[in-house]
Design a protein around this ligand. Structure first.
Ligand SMILES: O=c1ccn([C@H]2C[C@H](O)[C@@H](CO)O2)c(=O)[nH]1
Ligand SMILES: [Zn+2]
Length: 133
């Protein structure tokens, strides 16, 4: 149910596009996030990054699933910047659930994907540990 309420406190005076994210930790805790915009536009923080920043800044670093929802009828996927943030803390096979607004009524309302599917051939923290040639 968290995913239904995660977007409640979205601050979206510019886009009017509410997004909610629910991040499931390995301990079974759900961390919610919503998008927060500002007058510069570019400093906008997506729902997904809000959830990760909340979790990581409280010591939670292991996640097993992420769900994203909006008010639109088709599932929306995380933006490129958020994909890289997810990459920092999650495995490539972690499930990502993209829930359309009406997902409870529609059979195809939830699209399930993985980080590896939406961010192929990616760069991640382990690449920094490699031997430098
Ligand atoms: O996956 C997404 C896509 C967009 N947004 C936000 C950013 C901005 O506030 C609004 C329109 O792009 O939606 C998210 O939070 N997550
Ligand atoms: Zn984003």
């Amino acid at each position: 149910m968290s995913i239904l309420i995660a977007k409640t406190f979205a601050y979206v005076p510019y886009s009017k596009f509410r997004v909610g994210a629910a991040l499931l930790t390995e301990d079974g805790e759900i961390i919610k996030g919503a998008n927060i915009e500002n007058a510069s536009y570019g400093g906008t923080i997506c729902a997904e990054r809000t959830a990760f920043v909340k979790a990581v800044s409280e010591g939670k670093r292991k996640f097993v699933a992420l769900a994203v929802t909006t008010d639109v009828a088709t599932p929306i996927a995380p933006c490129g910047m958020c994909r890289q943030v997810i990459r920092e803390f999650c495995s490539l096979d972690m499930p990502i659930l993209l829930a359309a607004f009406s997902y409870l009524e529609k059979e195809d309302g939830v699209r399930e994907t993985t980080l590896g599917e939406i961010l192929p051939f990616s760069f991640g923290p382990e690449d920094l540990e490699r031997d430098r040639g």
